[in-house]
Design a protein around this ligand. Structure first.
Ligand code: HEM
Length: 491
């Protein structure tokens, strides 16, 4: 009302000037508030774009952004606005243990997890909270440890993945050999093989997600838009993705609970059935596992094969090691995957080079003070970006190069590779994920003859939309072509 009265009082010749002045003052106030720094708080990176802040610069090249900001501010810890959130980046790995070990109520993961559940998986926040009580709380943390890490369950998951991988891979290679198809896209070929194997492990061989290829497209459609949805974009803008999610979730209702599902999926099913949720909401909470189990494992498999194929010495060494455990019929002992130093080193090196995960916490009520005195405001998002360590030449010599035996020569470096995040939110599926990647490489090199269609093909670029989410994906349109045949029927 006051503003209308003011505008009325102005004559039309001064109106445009007055409106511009008001807007400038508002922008100035927002920028002043954003860039203000209180005592003992980290320096603030000057942002001239309200709300969006440094989102575009960070997304375009996170390492360059972090190094430039650190240098220009003269501080390894600094605050910056990213898409409306005040993020405090800790670029020095020496500060990471303190953050990852902070009490969960001081540096909270639950708020961050709930936000993703609500934004990307359409689980209403209060319902998500109940599911999260399980996920982040003692009950489901214990479930994750029991059903994703203990030998019996891990061996069970890995054996199912191994069997499916071998069968589907050899069938794919045989089809390629029997037809005129001379080359296949690497990522496009791997995707359905890993998706199916992971679904067989989690839900059993007869579950619709394991048997029907229509869900491959649904997963891709949802996963493509996942970064936008998780970032808070309105679901209405991504109707195709939300419909695809609904179709995936419709296979996971209470009534369709599969008999031969894995221990983890059965345990979650039972836990969610005790919550005050609708059947539909429970199925959306379950579909989170589908995304978590597949979204990073597929690119991890693709990059591992690609790095090995690009390096003749690595390929020869891996092939020799695989022959040592695999009979060629795919019935190798899954526990042997943990005893393959060359393949383990290749997988860790691949994860080091391709990981882009961001570990985020929200500062709880009352703020938080670091041991060095740095003060963090309540509501600040604290961010750790492990690739800043992965590409530190003083730690990983010649850090941009794939050295297949890096972790055989320097085993102590393996603990500095953090593709699975850290602290309370550290990926509980990491043991299974690494076994699955190894099972896939073993199936490829024991049963197939595989080569790049053109050995001089350059490495594809990373898809910039995936920054912060896990393993980088190949930029759309840059998939590389491979030649693959069953070993006993060479071309
Ligand atoms: C190469 C493959 C994988 C990578 C790189 C990966 C990476 C990650 C990362 C970075 C996080 C978040 C950590 C954080 O916020 O600090 C995470 C969370 C999670 N991952 Fe994985 N993951 C992989 C495979 C898997 C698999 C196969 C499963 C399940 C079978 C799985 C289940 C989960 C779950 C349930 C969470 C959420 C944990 C929580 O909310 O506490 N992941 N993963």
């Amino acid at each position: 009302m006051v503003l209308y009265g003011l505008l009325d009082a102005l004559d039309s010749s001064t109106l445009p000037f007055t409106i511009t002045l008001i807007l400038v003052v508002i922008v100035f106030c927002v920028l002043f508030k954003q860039n203000r720094r209180k005592q003992r708080e980290p320096p603030v990176l000057l942002n001239l774009i309200p709300h969006l802040g440094s989102a575009l610069t960070f997304g375009a090249d996170p390492l360059k952004f972090l190094h430039n900001a650190k240098e220009s501010l003269g501080s390894a810890t600094f605050a910056s606005y990213i898409a409306g959130k005040r993020m405090v980046f800790f670029t020095s790995p020496s500060s990471w243990p303190e953050i990852l070990r902070a009490p969960p109520s001081s540096l909270r993961f639950d708020v961050v997890g709930l936000e993703v559940m609500a934004n990307a998986f359409s689980v209403p926040n209060s319902k998500a909270k109940m599911a999260q009580i399980g996920v982040g709380g003692k009950a489901t943390h214990a479930q994750f440890i029991k059903y994703l890490s203990t030998k019996e369950h891990l061996d069970n998951l890995s054996s199912k993945a191994r069997d499916s991988l071998y069968t589907t891979l050899t069938a794919t290679a045989a089809t390629a050999a029997a037809t005129t198809t001379t080359t296949l896209p690497l990522y496009g070929t791997i995707f359905p093989i890993i998706f199916r194997a992971t679904m067989c492990s989690l839900f059993g061989n007869d579950h619709p997600l394991s048997t029907s290829s229509s869900f491959h497209e649904d997963f891709s459609t949802f996963d493509d838009k996942f970064p936008f949805l998780a970032g808070g974009a309105p679901p209405i803008a991504f109707k195709g993705a939300t419909s695809a999610l609904a179709r995936l979730a419709s296979t996971l209702t209470y009534k369709t609970a599969p008999k031969d599902a894995s221990g983890i999926m059965k345990a979650r099913h039972e836990l969610f059935s005790t919550f005050d949720m609708s059947d539909k909401e429970r199925s959306y909470c379950q579909v989170v596992m589908v995304w978590a189990a597949v979204a990073n494992t597929i690119p991890a498999c693709a990059w591992t094969i690609l790095y090995i194929l690009k390096n003749a010495e690595a390929k020869a060494a891996v092939e020799k090691e695989v022959r040592g455990i695999a009979s060629g019929a795919g019935d190798y002992d899954v526990t042997k995957f943990d005893e393959m130093p060359i393949l383990t080193s290749c997988v860790t090196e691949t994860l080091r080079l391709t990981s882009a995960s961001l570990t985020v916490r929200e500062v709880g009520s009352g703020g938080f003070q670091m041991k060095d005195g740095t003060k963090l405001r309540e509501g600040d998002r604290v961010a750790i970006y492990p690739p800043i360590l992965h590409f530190d030449n003083s730690v990983f010599e010649d850090s941009k190069t794939f050295r297949y035996d890096r972790f055989i020569k320097s085993p102590e470096l393996a603990s500095k590779v953090m593709p699975f995040g850290g602290g309370i939110s550290r990926c509980p599926g990491r043991f299974f994920a690494q076994r699955e990647v190894k099972a896939f490489v073993c199936a490829v090199f024991s049963a197939c003859t595989i080569d790049l269609a053109d050995p001089s093909t350059p490495f594809p670029n990373f898809d910039p939309n995936r920054v912060g989410l896990g393993i980088n994906q190949i930029k759309p349109g840059e998939d590389v072509q491979i030649k693959i045949r069953p070993t006993n029927k060479q071309n």
